[in-house]
Write a protein that binds this ligand. Structure first.
Ligand SMILES: [Zn+2]
Length: 450
């Protein structure tokens, strides 16, 4: 639907919201996201050589900044004139081991957003994300969704985020922003069993929103529940899935159930990627946001089409810069120019977490993300894994840090017992080794037939 076809009240609301955000909200927050979305639109209209020159200068400026402001990078030339590939790759553990070395000496003057990551790898980490870098990611979404026919301020339903993080844990500022943006978070939650999913699909459909935004597994479960119930539930104009790979059979179900345009998002706050899959099947990176590399086991760049480790250099994060940062995802580099005609670099694929789940005796299936919260809140967990080999019990394996203690164990136990509705016996152990897949990847949930 074009802007012209939208109801007049909606168009008026968009204009008021965008103007109010630019004039009143952005100056107070000290970051520009609506304005930046407009800037991004114009940036992509520049000729390619201008965009590349802009990017080279942004990178040089970031490297120069790090050389004087960030202790871990003090060896870099002060003018930032160095080939990025000459820098060592850094990972999360290196930053955790020496956090002060990776912070800008000016970090207290640079606003940051507290972020959590590593839930999917069982390796939780709280870190400060520079607010300018956060705004860049958000602006990319605003711009991309507008290209896909959903304006800033169109009604949106959020699906699949943790209820506690989504609502109670949310600051007043964020609640206000979501209300102004007309984003509904009342259907958040991770249960992916048929009954919950069907109810969620019925309610979401009845809301008549322009867009659904949420976890791929959650929306896929809604779709298959609707199909199995033979219910015809009209979907929104646009469905954007995130947090997990959108497996092809999931996309087929969502297409069939809701008839909406479905777009997969791959985002990575630590580092800085906000990419969306196009009609030609490639993930379009934002060249003004970061430099994305895919490296083989020897640290050499993978050719197009070969799988390797995704490594990111953020062009905006100065509070705690990310230079050649290993995000822990495996990816495949796509062509430099996509056949769809949209400009910019691409990834062909990203390997994400598995679609595994914990099964309750009443048939409820809980996706791995159900369990992430408490592990993010405690200090004593390095990695964790849930093993289910009987229908009535699970074992939580903890790879503990020295900080691990009984009260952290109790907090985790209570959360897991609540989430599993007290239907499972929960045992926590710190002396069983964690299993990895045949491909060497950590698994959050290991299920075995009894
Ligand atoms: Zn494309």
């Amino acid at each position: 639907m074009t802007t012209m076809e939208r109801p007049l009240t909606d168009r008026a609301y968009h204009r008021v919201l965008a103007t109010a955000t630019r004039l009143a909200v952005e100056p107070v927050l000290g970051v520009r996201f609506v304005s930046r979305a407009r800037w991004i639109e114009k940036w992509w209209q520049r000729p390619e050589e201008q965009r590349e020159a802009w990017r080279a200068e942004a990178l040089r400026s970031m490297l120069a900044y790090c050389s004087t402001k960030v202790p871990a990078f003090s060896e870099l030339p002060a003018n930032g004139d160095i080939d990025l590939t000459e820098l060592a790759v850094i990972d999360k553990q290196m930053i955790i081991g020496e956090p002060d070395a990776y912070l800008s000496i000016d970090h207290e003057r640079l606003p940051a957003v507290e972020k959590h990551t590593g839930g999917s790898t069982g390796d939780p980490w709280n870190y400060p994300l520079d607010r300018v870098a956060w705004a860049e990611s958000y602006a990319i979404q605003i711009h991309r969704f507008e290209q896909l026919g959903v304006a800033y301020g169109d009604r949106r339903v959020t699906l699949g985020f943790p209820t506690s993080l989504g609502l109670q844990g949310m600051g007043a500022q964020k609640r206000l922003r979501l209300a102004a943006e007309r984003t509904d978070v009342s259907l958040c939650g991770f249960e992916v069993d048929r009954e919950t999913s069907l109810n969620r699909a019925i309610k979401a459909s009845a809301m008549g929103a322009s867009m659904w935004y949420g976890y791929a597994s959650t929306i896929a479960a809604m779709a298959s529940a609707a199909l199995e119930a033979r219910l015809s539930l009209p979907g929104p104009r646009l469905i954007v899935t995130m947090a997990e790979p959108l497996w092809p059979n999931w996309k087929d179900d969502i297409d069939a159930a809701f008839g909406s345009r479905v777009v997969e998002e791959y985002g990575c706050n630590d580092g800085g990627i906000m990419a969306h899959r196009c009609a030609a099947g490639l993930l379009h990176l934002a060249d003004h946001q970061s430099v994305v590399e895919v490296l083989d086991d020897d640290g050499q760049p993978c050719p197009e089409g070969a799988e390797g480790d995704v490594v990111i250099t953020n062009l905006h994060a100065r509070h705690m810069p990310f230079l050649r940062y290993l995000v822990g995802d495996r990816g495949i580099l796509g062509p430099r120019h996509c056949p769809c005609g949209q400009p910019g670099r691409t990834l062909a694929a990203v390997t994400g977490r598995s679609g595994d789940f914990v099964l309750l005796p009443d048939g409820t299936e809980l996706s791995p993300v159900t369990f992430f919260n408490p592990f993010n809140e405690v200090d004593g967990v390095r990695r964790w894994q849930i093993v289910q080999s009987t229908t009535d019990a699970i074992i939580i394996r903890i790879d503990p840090r020295p900080e691990w203690n009984d009260s952290e164990g109790q907090l985790i136990r209570e959360w897991v017992e609540d989430q599993t509705r007290h239907q499972l016996r929960v045992e926590i152990t710190t002396d069983q080794p964690l299993e990895i897949t045949s491909g060497g990847k950590h698994k959050i949930i290991v299920r075995r037939s009894p």
